[in-house]
Design a protein around this ligand. Structure first.
Ligand SMILES: Cc1ncc(COP(=O)(O)O)c(C=O)c1O
Length: 327
């Protein structure tokens, strides 16, 4: 968008190609007005922009011929984006509903950095590493300083990376044992967020869903053995479930997997999709005796979660993993 250049904005009242038919040579103006082609659609502007000289229509899919006032361009995009969800009204689990001004300032200050380029932005990369270690420490990883972790653009990306880590670990183990690594599957409740469906689609993993119902609202390890076999790359546990906010009892799922391992030898790991709970669940009220497997202050050594942390503003996630010793 060009900067406002005053008089230059005194162009024609319509620059869109839609129903105005100004910019195509095919059908007559009248035909175009009756049946606009998709590429001729234009964005109708609210009358609030109808100041003298200001355009009242902009093409939807092409750069406009004329320049616009910067504040008009801003308002058009702002108004359209407003139709997306409003975090303050959000009762689902996936975003914080409010961030304080200082956090918002930090977000804005990072907007001109490309976080994937760690060489260009070493200081930000260093802060990222420290955050991953804090998360590992929060989840009582045995050695947080050696714990690999990364920031992600949101929870979906964190779930993709976690799923890939599970798949890779399983594939390596199968190859080392001289066995086939095709037809992997991932077990989860039927109330998972759609990003898990995407993961299974993108990386050719069979999605095995344990149905939730009014009686069985979360995946809790019950009859888990019916879904697990030697092609299972992992089990997803959610804290909390998108639709209800409920925590899936990771300790019970872990205990069920231990029992399966005892009877079958299968070593299946858990990914904790910590949508809204990853920063809260590890901090049970003092003396409550509840919390992570092993009680407050200790993760069960059999659990080894990969944790995706929610709660900060949207578009932010993290993934930390405990170093995984052989069982
Ligand atoms: C449980 C759970 N996992 C993952 C996601 C994906 O999160 P994002 O929108 O940050 O990619 C969501 C979002 O609703 C969720 O509720």
């Amino acid at each position: 968008m060009s900067a406002h250049t005053g008089p230059a904005n005194t162009g024609p009242a319509h620059i869109g190609t839609g129903t105005t038919g100004k910019e195509h040579s095919g059908p007559s103006r009248r035909q175009a007005a009756e049946v606009p082609r998709p590429d001729q659609e234009s964005v109708a502007l609210n009358p609030v922009f109808a100041r003298p000289g200001e355009t009242t229509e902009l093409p939807r899919f092409r750069l406009p011929r004329q320049e616009s006032l910067p504040e008009t361009a801003y308002q058009i995009v702002h108004d359209e984006a407003m139709l997306d969800g409003n975090a303050r009204l959000n009762l689902a689990t996936f975003v914080g509903t409010w961030m304080d001004d200082d956090a918002n300032r930090l977000y804005l200050e990072a907007a001109d950095k490309n976080m994937i380029d760690k060489d260009e932005y070493p200081r930000t990369a260093e802060i990222e590493t420290r955050c991953a270690r804090m998360l590992a420490d929060l989840w009582h990883a045995p050695d947080p300083q050696r714990c690999p972790g990364t920031s992600t653009i949101g929870s979906s990306e964190a779930c993709m990376l976690a799923g890939l880590a599970l798949k890779r670990r399983w594939t390596h183990a199968r190859r080392a044992a001289g066995r086939s690594s095709d037809r992997p599957n991932l077990v989860m409740s039927s109330a998972v967020q759609v990003c898990w469906e995407k993961f299974c689609n993108y990386w050719d993993v069979e999605m095995r869903q344990v149905p939730v119902s009014a009686d069985l609202k979360v995946l809790d390890g019950h009859r888990l053995d019916e879904y697990i076999d030697d092609h299972t790359i992992g089990v997803v546990a959610i804290m909390g479930v998108t639709y209800t906010g409920m925590y899936e009892p990771v300790a019970e799922i872990s205990a069920a997997l231990d029992a399966i391992q005892e009877s079958t030898g299968l070593d299946v790991r858990i990914h904790v999709d910590g949508a809204s709970g990853a920063m809260i669940a590890p901090l049970p009220p003092a003396g409550s005796g509840v919390g992570l497997p092993g009680g407050p202050g200790g993760v069960d050594q059999h659990l080894r979660p990969q944790v995706r942390a929610g709660l900060p503003g949207p578009g932010m996630g993290g993934l930390a993993r405990q170093p995984v010793p052989a069982r």
